[in-house]
Every structure is written in structure tokens, then in C-alpha cells.
Design a protein around this ligand. Sequence first.
Ligand code: F6R
Length: 607
Amino acid sequence: MCGIIGILGNRPVSDLLLDAMKRLEYRGYDSAGIATLEDGHLARRRAEGKLKNLEAKLAASPLHGHIGVGQTRWATHGAPTEINAHPHSTHLVAVGHNGIIENFRELKDALLAEGRVFVSQTDTEVVPHLVTKEMEQGATPIEAVARTLKKLTGAFALAFVFEGESDLLIGARKGSPLAVGHGEGEMYLGSDAQALAPFTNRITYLEEGDWVVLRRAGATIYNENDKPVKRQMIISSASSLLVDKGNYRHFMAKEIHEQPDVTGHTLARYLDLATLTTKTPQLPFDWAKLDRLVITACGTAYYAGLVAKYWFERYARLTVDMDVASEFRYREAPMKAGELALFISQSGETADTLASLKYCKSQGLHIAAVVNVTTSSIAREADVVFPTLAGPEIGVASTKAFTCQLSALASLAVMAGRARGTLSADDEKAMVQALSEVPRLLSEALRLEPQIEKLARRISKSSDVLYLGRGTSFPLALEGALKLKEISYIHAEGYAAGELKHGPIALIDEKMPVIVIAPFDHIFEKTVSNMQEVAARGGRIILVTDAKGHEAAAMEGIETIIMPEMPAAIAPIVYSIPIQLLAYHAAVLIGTDVDQPRNLAKSVTVE
Ligand code: F6R
């Protein structure tokens, strides 16, 4: 994670750096800092915590200068203190870093043995020391960076500014993304095009191992062997608008309420509502010829994939292998060239998902990606991109991206089913009809907010919560637990309802709320049996079901959220609303930082 920015400007850059860092704060908000060249000398301001702390510091003690680098940090090595905040510097160079220098210990030991003094606990601090050492031995800044890069292992993007060098900024990329922005007499570096959008839309993405020397007159890019290379300049569509909260108290609330609209946009991309068919785009693979689909993702996106596994298996009779990317990337799973690997990611920058994608690519698989940020690294690496049209998601807890991922994935499962002959034209019509009702049903579900808010009061007083579900409600139980723990800090677990008696039932007592997600479907009765087991042990049940489920459960002493009736296939999309709202209101009542919960970042660009 972490966001870095560099500006080689022809005007004061301090405010510009801050503006760009606001757009990068989703990558980390443990601390922030900037370094500029004031009258030829490096100067820094850094602050622990959110960007607003740095802003206040700069207001009291401004930084001048037309060239500088900035960084928003998500702490990996060393606590989120001011001392560990970037940029890290010596008397010769200041560096902003995103990623992890994996061999920093041995480098640091060697530098310490030479008498160099370290002040932070970070991995990053070795970088300015290595560059400084080279420069003290006579290397130019460019030579010093080139030599230093050869000594670093790990994943990183780096931005350097040098003492006395008023027309030089250097950037480097290995594993973490870095974009070069081309302005009018100005040049920029940024972790993404979004950060650079207020300044320019002319962007060059550095490739793996590339490093770049920026002068106001332009950029020279070198590959990992230090050979000058040409990289394409593209016109980015990233918007310079900073999204606001509208009338909502939090971005998360706004994004929950946007779901009827954004799922509608996403579905319209894949479905033809006039003919009730799926649209069939040109694809680099044939659904009918696939023996297996490999789906990989992290966190909430992984749970979207887990729901999709049920859909692809049922509607397309396609075997699905599903894994979290952090495990998959090192599993060396056997793959067959020509199979399809599907990666799901809101940001398109998640390091583990990207590494898994690269593994599958190396094995000759077709690469498809369901992504929200279509300019992202994952989108750019994929053979085919299935976009989700959720718009920018700012709240760290994913909500609208999840339901848009589900909308796209359900459409793809139907498309695959048709192509494979496992769904008839009538089945397709029925599925598309059902999917077309998602936006309306989401709106209806949102009307349950006052009741859900009341239930959240009880949840907010609990220290542990259990979520249960079967079938496609099982991944939803996992997602419900994730949502609650990440924003309210209440311990929660999601379980397949049938697994309860294999262990977790021991946790049940009268203090334990158990949220059961169970639309009335072919396995509803099974879930009712599990609820009876919970009730018999005094557990406090909140059942999320529909009117038929409410009637069929016929249990006393439980709370029920009664959802609108809907076809079972789309329930996981619509039932996302109560679990999101429950987590949101519990967190608001507890008073946590809902949009930027502790220890998290929106985009996880380290493994
Ligand atoms: C949870 C959440 C995370 C992300 C995960 C993957 O609310 O947002 O679990 O889903 O970090 O991120 P992307 O989708 O950007 O790859």
C-alpha cells in the first residue's frame, strides 16, 4: 500500500502535492509527509495519522519550493509514528516509498557497520542511505539510484528528490505501480493516474523493473538493465473530481445507497433488457471449450467469487477452483494452458491478486478480470476486462463494488451457461428478468434501514457475533462477518450453517447474537434446523429472510428482517443490503472511523 507522488513543477508544489495525496489516501492513512527543495535545500514536514494532520502542520509551517515528493503511509515496518513517516532522507536525498524492501535487514546491518545512523524502524530508510553512500563516493544522483536499485529486493515504487538538483526527479518501479505524468513544462510521478488527474491526463505507466529520470523538458525511461526504453503514453480517463459525501454522514452510507443505481449500470453493460438476453462480447476464449474456471481474489472480492462459484457450477456446469490470492500465488497449483483464470478486484491493484494473475499468465491461461478501476494494473494485464460500473468507492469497507461484482459475475455465469448449452433460451430469459429486478429490490431492501438500525444497537453492545448461511448465503455470512469486524472492531465469524455443530456451536450462549441469512429456498429447512440448535442453547437469533421464510421458520423469540420476495438466484446481491447496514450502524453507534477504519487501507498493494 502507501501512495507516492512527485512533482517537478514550475510553481510552488506543496499544495499540489497535498491535493494529489488526498486522492492517494485510500492507499494508507497511518502518516503522511512531503519533502521539497527550498532554495536548493531539502526540507520536510511529516505528521502521524491522517493527511489533515500534515495539512495543519504545513499551514503553521509552510514548505516552499517547485519540486518535491510526498507519501501517504500504511505502516508495514515500524509503528505509524512521525519518525517512521516518509519521505525518508539524508542530507543528499529524500525518498517516498510504496512497497516492501525485503532485504532491508542485511542492507541496514552493513550500513550500520559502516557507521551510518538510522533514525526510523522502517525498511525504507536503507534506500536514501544507499543512494547517499554512492553519491559520497562520487556517483551522480542518476548513477547512485541505478546502482541502489540493483541492491534492492522486494516490491517497491520509489520517488527521489535530491539536494541542490532543482530539475531532477527520479522514479522507479518493481512490483508496485508507478505512473509518469507529462504536463506543460512540468512532470509528475504518482502511484496512480487518479492522483495526477488534476495536473495532466497524459500518462505513461512504468513497466516492471523500469526507472525514470524526469526533467522539466521530459522523461527518460530505463529498463532494469539500464537501457533507455520507449513506453507508450496514453490519455487517461481518470477524473480530477474529488468525490464528496453528498448529504450522507459517511462515504460508506452514500455508497450503500448508490447500489440500486450502480448495479443497474453494471447489469446494463452485460444484459439486453429488450430481448432478455445476455450481451455476447468478443472474447479471446470459448466458454464451451473450458473444462475449468480458476477464480482468485482477496477479501470481499473473494467472497463475490465464492458466490460466483455456485452460479458457474449451477448455471454453466463449469468446475470452479477458488482460492484467496495470497495462498494461490505460492501454491504452484497445476494449470493447463487454455483454461480460464478470472481475477476479481475493486482497485485492480491488490498485490496478491496481481501476482496470482501473473502466475496464471506464465502458465498460458486466458486471463479475465472483473475490475472497477479499468486503468489499474490488473485491468492492464488481463486479456479481457469485465468492468463493474460502481464508480469510485471511497469507504474502505467495500459495499457497492461487491454488489456490482456479483451483478457482473451473475451475468457472466448466464452468458457461460448459454454458450455451453447448459441453460436454455427460456432459462436465460428468466435469469435476465430476475437480474433486471435487482436495482428495484435493492431499493426496497434499503427501506428496511430503520429496523436494521435498531437491531444494530444490540449488535453494537456485543463482543462476538456469528453469521450463518447455506449455499450462496454462506459467502454472504463470511462477508457480513468481515464487514462488521473491519468497521466496528467487533469480533465476528461467518460459518456455513451446516458446519455449526462441528465446533462453533460451543461458542453459543445467551450473549451471542447469531445472524442467519436464509432466503426461503430449497435448503431453507436445513437452515431452520441449525437455528433450532442455536435457540436450544440460548443464542439470540436475527433471521434475515422473506415473508415465506418468516412463516415457515415459525420460531418464537427471534428477530426477523423480512426481505422482499425474489428469485433465489439474485438473493445474494439483494441480501447484501441488510448485512452492510447492520455493520454500518453498529460502527456508527460505537463511534469508530467508519470510512477509514484503523489499520486498514483501501488498496492493498503489499503482500
Ligand atoms: C473489505 C475490503 C477488502 C477488499 C480486498 C480486495 O471490505 O474492501 O477485503 O475487498 O482488500 O481489494 P480489491 O477488490 O481492491 O482487490
